[in-house]
Design a protein around this ligand. Structure first.
Ligand code: HEC
Length: 143
């Protein structure tokens, strides 16, 4: 059968719809994927930040300067700016969980254990492992 040349041409050229599918769709999907990635990350890092700022949870501001917080800052402990360059995730977790393991003379309270404390009130760790992990997520963004 002889195919009409103009028909062949039409078939060879991507139609407008085809072009949309091959060029725009992956692009649209990428934008969608990246926006959900941001949406996934944000609450995580904000949670850590909120725990650190909260006076009833981390209250890290009582002793540390923190990125994103202006005004009255304590110099009791070192600034947490750039802390992710100094320590690995495991070390940062250890600092928050039980700073005494990093420096036996530390003034920093243990947030993840009551071990060795005789009058802990309430008699439980200040932060759960999940909360410590969120705090460390935030610390790790401070390069
Ligand atoms: C009572 C004061 C105090 C509080 C509250 C406190 N820290 Fe600390 N922290 C210190 C001191 C002091 C150091 C310095 C090291 C040392 O002396 O042991 C330190 C060290 C650190 C370090 C190591 C920093 C470095 O540059 O080497 C990290 C990380 C850290 N603290 C995170 C936290 C986080 C996160 C919180 C809140 C959940 C917190 N700290 C709450 C006093 C405190």
């Amino acid at each position: 059968m002889r195919v009409n040349p103009s028909f062949k041409q039409v078939m060879a050229k991507p139609t407008c719809q085809n072009r949309l599918m091959t060029k725009l769709l992956p692009c649209a999907l990428m934008i969608l994927a990246s926006s959900t990635a941001i949406a996934d990350e944000k609450p995580k890092s904000n949670m850590g930040f909120e725990i650190m700022r909260s006076q009833t949870l981390g209250n890290c501001l009582a002793c540390h300067e923190m990125p994103g917080v202006e005004g009255l800052v304590s110099t009791m402990g070192p600034s947490l700016k750039g802390v992710a360059r100094k320590w690995t995730r495991a070390e940062l977790t250890q600092w928050v969980k039980d700073a005494r393991q990093m420096n036996s003379q530390t003034l920093m309270p243990p947030f993840g254990t009551t071990e060795g404390l005789t009058k802990a009130n309430p008699p439980r760790a200040i932060l759960s492992d999940a909360q410590i992990s969120q705090v460390v997520d935030t610390l790790q963004t401070w390069q």
